[in-house]
Design a protein around this ligand. Structure first.
Ligand SMILES: Nc1ncnc2c1ncn2[C@@H]1O[C@H](COP(=O)(O)OP(=O)(O)OP(=O)(O)O)[C@@H](O)[C@H]1O
Length: 338
């Protein structure tokens, strides 16, 4: 659906060129939730804003359904933007307008709907974001989560094909973040809406994204399916972001403190196997014990996963045989420390 091809962008600050994006290429498929993660200043906002040309790339192409939007005329761009919703970290609502008026605004702008059609659509949207009872309130009278729901309703008003989310949950507490992420997922599924979201939090990527790209100082350093990137990060920055959300990596220190002999293995489970007694089966087959040293069990979107480091206790067999046995259960086994 979207192909970003070799996009570069710089800003000029006090006469000096500040690079924001360097030769970024990525593809977002129709109907997926695509995450872009990076630390502050990595170029995430700039990248997401090239998708509706709020920022125009210096070079490169942004293809949407095969058409290069950087070549669009003003009229084409206006109609494309109408089909591209956007939500923001600080909501960007019009403070002097009520909830209903904020949602009504983009519908009126098109000049294409009758008053009755507009009112019906506003009602539908407010119901979708569960704000029907707040339609006459002003943004200042709403919580952060409610404000973002208004932002979402407004962004969906013209039935966009693409929704851009610029740090949409960064100003919200964890519980409200979860409810907004659920709403985004629900919208993605119900309407097949493609979502591109940027965030600095791996937890947000884990909760809703299908694929993820990692940006570091304007350079795309890693991309892939969330499970692969999260469980087997390749780039140092990706590893640091994963570590920040699920601290691990202390197993060598922990096992030294326990003063137990035996190699350390990292086991990665993905899918239904996560909740099956694989450890017990392997332990029985090889007459071994496993000490769980550290680990995480959770969900990537709705797929269960686990990554644990275990210490092998007992007469250690040939590790290749052990790895193969875990492999038969689709559990990835890597030696962390001999
Ligand atoms: N309008 C601008 N004028 C000048 N420099 C800018 C402008 N917008 C961004 N930059 C610079 O471009 C680089 C990328 O910024 P960008 O906002 O895209 O990063 P980000 O990853 O979204 O950061 P954050 O998470 O802090 O918003 C940074 O060095 C930033 O200072």
């Amino acid at each position: 659906m979207i192909d970003i091809e070799h996009v570069s962008k710089h800003y000029v600050v006090d006469g000096i060129a500040v690079p924001a994006l360097s030769d970024v290429s990525l593809r977002v498929e129709q109907g997926e939730v695509f995450g872009i993660i990076g630390v502050s200043g990595a170029g995430k906002s700039t990248l997401v804003r090239t998708l509706n040309l709020l920022e125009r790339p210096d070079s490169g192409r942004v293809l949407v359904d095969g058409s290069d939007i950087t070549l669009f005329s003003k009229t084409q761009l206006r109609s494309y933007r109408r089909k591209t919703g956007m939500i923001f970290q600080h909501f960007n609502l019009i403070g002097a307008k009520t909830v209903a008026e904020n949602v009504r605004f983009p519908l009126k702008l098109t000049g294409e709907y009758t008053t009755a059609e507009i009112e019906q659509r506003v009602d539908e949207l407010l119901e979708l974001v569960e704000l029907s009872g707040h339609r006459d309130k002003y943004p200042a009278q709403l919580s952060g989560g409610q404000k973002q729901r208004v932002g979402i309703a407004r962004a969906l008003a013209n039935r966009p094909k693409l929704l851009l989310c610029d740090e949409a949950t960064s100003a919200l507490d964890p519980q409200t973040t979860q409810s907004i992420l659920h709403l985004l997922l629900d919208i993605n599924r119900r309407f097949g809406l493609t979502i591109v979201l940027i965030t600095h939090e791996m937890d947000v990527i884990r909760a809703v994204c299908d694929r993820v790209a990692v940006l570091d100082q304007g350079v795309l350093v890693e991309q892939g399916r969330v499970a692969e990137v999260l469980l087997h990060p390749q780039h140092a920055l990706t590893r640091a972001l994963v570590q920040e959300s699920c601290p691990q990596g202390e197993s060598a220190k922990i096992s030294a403190r326990l003063n137990l002999p035996g190699p350390l293995l990292r086991l990665t489970f993905l899918g239904a196997i996560t909740h099956q007694p694989v450890l017990q089966r392997i332990a029985a087959a090889f007459a071994l014990g496993f000490n769980i040293i550290e680990g995480v069990i959770g969900h990537i979107k709705e797929t269960p996963y686990g990554q644990i480091t275990v210490q092998v206790i007992g007469a250690v067999p040939d590790l290749a045989r052990l790895e193969a046995a875990f492999g038969e259960h689709s559990v990835r086994c890597e030696l962390v420390q001999p």
